[in-house]
Design a protein around this ligand. Structure first.
Ligand SMILES: NC(=O)C1=CN([C@@H]2O[C@H](COP(=O)(O)OP(=O)(O)OC[C@H]3O[C@@H](n4cnc5c(N)ncnc54)[C@H](O)[C@@H]3O)[C@@H](O)[C@H]2O)C=CC1
Ligand SMILES: O=C(O)C(=O)COP(=O)(O)O
Length: 633
């Protein structure tokens, strides 16, 4: 709003400007808990303080319902079957559907009612889930779309006690606003050790020789193995497990190459591993060890065609996911001798059919998905997932969120006041839209001294979306489903980042929200280009409204807000202040902005309480006031 010249008269004493109403403080606390990082005290330490307290989930915003009644019927978004979320002040119910380490169960019990029901059928899971706030699974539970549907919106978090989340329908989770978290680090070493164990056992025919001896034979010539030293092993997927396998294989004297389209070259170099193409890896390796996730691009990536390009007599280890191999093609490759041996911990179908040709193949060594199954890893995973799930239920942003942005703690703490500003701007903007207007197009402009690449706006965009959608619908919006919900409701949110000459210490200088092609119930909120337009800044950690339409204002966004357009003349502040005072409505902030060109003034008044109709009528009757609007923050 560069064209407007602004005069700001603060009516307030410093007491007003610094005091916060209890309600606004509570609101801010709740919002911050929505985005708080998990970087602080681990939950295992925090829990001892929380077990008697009532828990508030991030899904239930205390200001949502108030605002809904104020504006719901007035402004419309396109219809969408909303999730019926259940608010709960009682202990959450946490369903654990597979065996979890006892330390994790103990942590969960401090926070919620824990239901350990192992071996549920899909029908039983669907039947139970509508009474659960969280579900903890390992690889054996299929968390399908039907499960999210059956949850009827109550399920807020799915915790995967391990790495692979291919058994969770992430798209459905996101659509239902359900956060998915995993425990990505605690079983890394266990999986890597199992990979090496299978590699060595396969090379030396350990399981075959063991079975032979137990059947009374002594077959020393039959089970002559191959040496590992000096052989080339290709690590396919150079992530956490792959890197640890590579390290260990180096220790065995193997030549290690790796293929991973996303792995940083310096990490490979540090371990002494050469990163190569897929083709090169499979063509040169004596051993191939699989460590990539099962995703569409890796599904059956090992098939007839790729087996045919491998070195004859190659040996394959899979502790990743069965689905990365076409199992029928592997049987053919084993039969033809392209693959000399395979050692498999994971299968497309688990458990596999007992008469499966692959399982029964004499050159195949199998284990029943034991990669993560060490005592140490299971205790670690249990604690890791319990902390993540409890944190998520408490409204903290998880560092291991799978379907929501993982914002590093330092970025989060820096963005926290802007996050509050973003939601408030969204709430204000939507309340300025006249009843009956369908909102379609929203433009958000971030002005910042930082390079556009240095500003992650996902969190801010999610909060603006939340602010816009929640007051006018029964949808619940969080970081998980913000973009999806906006899309479902036909909202197009475009973002622009403008680099300005300001202090780069602050991540954002101002945020402007513009809603196009709508009428406004407060004409002064419409800018020269016809959009409902507001802009805000964070000042001393507090969100402020700084621009409304073409008018500059300066009002802290706490409590509620009355906006009046008036003929600029003396005595106005006193008149309105008196009316509010008579009704015992505390004014927390007041500012007047003026555009010289229009010779009109905007008075923005922050009030702690909601003025009654009488007070609002009286304000409307002040002759110099041309229009006014009361807005709930
Ligand atoms: N058998 C078991 O009990 C266990 C199995 N796992 C599985 O091991 C696998 C690896 O786990 P982490 O290392 O923890 O995951 P990670 O995410 O740290 O590593 C996976 C790596 O695969 C890479 N990748 C993605 N697409 C690829 C492609 N097309 N080709 C090659 N590499 C690709 C990624 O860039 C990433 O570096 C996962 O499938 C996981 O589910 C993990 C733990 C235990
Ligand atoms: O963490 C993983 O990806 C695993 O495969 C481990 O699975 P599990 O928890 O042992 O069922």
């Amino acid at each position: 709003m560069a064209s407007s010249s602004t005069t700001t008269k603060s009516l307030l004493s410093s007491t007003f400007s610094t005091s916060k109403s209890p309600s606004s403080t509570a609101t801010k606390a709740s919002l911050l808990s929505f985005i708080r990082s998990t970087s602080a005290t681990p939950i295992s330490q925090k829990l001892s303080h929380s077990h008697n307290s009532r828990h508030h989930y991030y899904s239930v915003s205390p200001i949502k319902n108030v605002l809904k009644t104020a504006t719901e019927s007035e402004t419309s978004l396109s219809k969408y079957p909303d999730v019926d979320l259940v608010s709960s002040d009682s202990k959450p119910t946490i369903l654990v559907s597979e065996k979890l380490g006892s330390a994790g169960i103990e942590l969960l019990k401090v926070f919620g009612d824990v239901d350990c029901s192992y071996s549920l059928s899909p029908e039983q899971l669907c039947e139970k889930i509508s009474r659960c706030d969280a579900l903890i699974v390992r690889s054996g539970t299929k968390v399908t779309r039907e499960v999210f549907e059956a949850a009827k919106g109550r399920l807020k978090v799915v915790g995967r006690a391990g790495v692979g989340i291919d058994n969770v329908d992430l798209q459905a989770a996101t659509e239902f606003g359900c956060l998915v978290v995993n425990a990505p680090t605690a079983n890394t070493i266990a999986a890597a050790e199992h990979g090496i164990a299978l590699l060595a056992a396969m090379a030396r025919n350990v399981s075959q020789a063991d079975a032979s001896m137990k059947s009374g034979k002594w077959e020393r010539n039959k089970y002559v193995g191959v040496s590992m030293v000096g052989k080339t092993v290709a690590v396919m997927g150079f992530g956490k497990v792959g890197s640890e396998v590579a390290r260990r294989a180096k220790g065995l004297g193997m030549n290690v190459i790796a293929h991973d389209p996303y792995a940083p070259a310096d990490r490979a170099r540090a371990i002494g591993v050469e990163l190569v193409s897929f083709e090169q890896a499979i063509a040169t390796a004596d051993f191939i060890s699989l460590h990539m996730p099962l995703i569409p691009t890796t599904s059956k990536i090992f098939n007839d065609e790729t087996f045919s390009k491998m070195k004859k007599g190659v040996r394959i280890v899979n502790v990743a996911r069965g689905g990365v191999i076409d199992e029928d093609a592997l049987v053919r490759a084993l039969d033809s001798g392209i693959v000399a041996q395979a050692a498999l911990d994971v299968f497309i179908e688990e458990p596999p059919q007992t008469d499966s040709k692959l399982i029964q193949h004499h050159n195949v060594t199998v284990t029943p998905h034991l990669g993560a199954s060490t005592k140490e890893a299971q205790e670690g995973v249990a604690i890791e997932i319990a902390e993540a799930v409890v944190g998520a239920l408490k409204g903290e942003l998880s560092a291991t969120a799978v379907n929501a942005p993982m914002v590093p703690p330092e970025v989060l703490s820096e963005l926290a006041p802007y996050v509050v500003l973003a939601e408030k701007l969204g709430r204000l903007a939507v309340q300025l839209v006249a009843g009956g207007s369908g909102i379609k197009s929203i433009k958000v402009t971030y002005r910042s001294a930082r390079d556009p690449d240095d500003l992650d706006t996902r969190l801010l965009r999610a909060m603006i979306t939340k602010g816009i959608i929640e007051p006018i619908s029964s949808s619940f919006v969080n970081l998980v489903n913000a973009d999806f919900t906006a899309k479902q409701k036909g909202l197009r949110i475009s973002e622009e980042r403008v680099v300005i000459d300001a202090n780069p210490v602050f991540p954002v200088d101002s945020i402007q929200v513009q809603i196009s092609n709508v009428d406004s119930k407060f004409a002064s909120a419409v800018s020269e280009n016809g959009d409902v337009s507001i802009e805000g800044k964070v000042k001393f950690g507090v969100p402020h409204l700084t621009c409304l339409g073409s008018f500059g204002v300066d009002v802290s966004l706490e409590g509620n807000l009355i906006l009046c357009r008036q003929v600029d003349q003396p005595g106005m502040i006193g008149k309105v202040g008196n009316i509010l005072g008579q009704q015992n409505v505390n004014v927390s902030f007041m500012s007047v902005g003026r555009t010289v060109r229009r010779n009109k003034a905007i008075m923005a008044i922050g009030v702690d309480e909601e003025p009654n109709k009488d007070a609002l009528n009286k304000i409307g009757q002040v002759p110099a006031i041309e229009e006014f609007v009361f807005l709930k923050l």
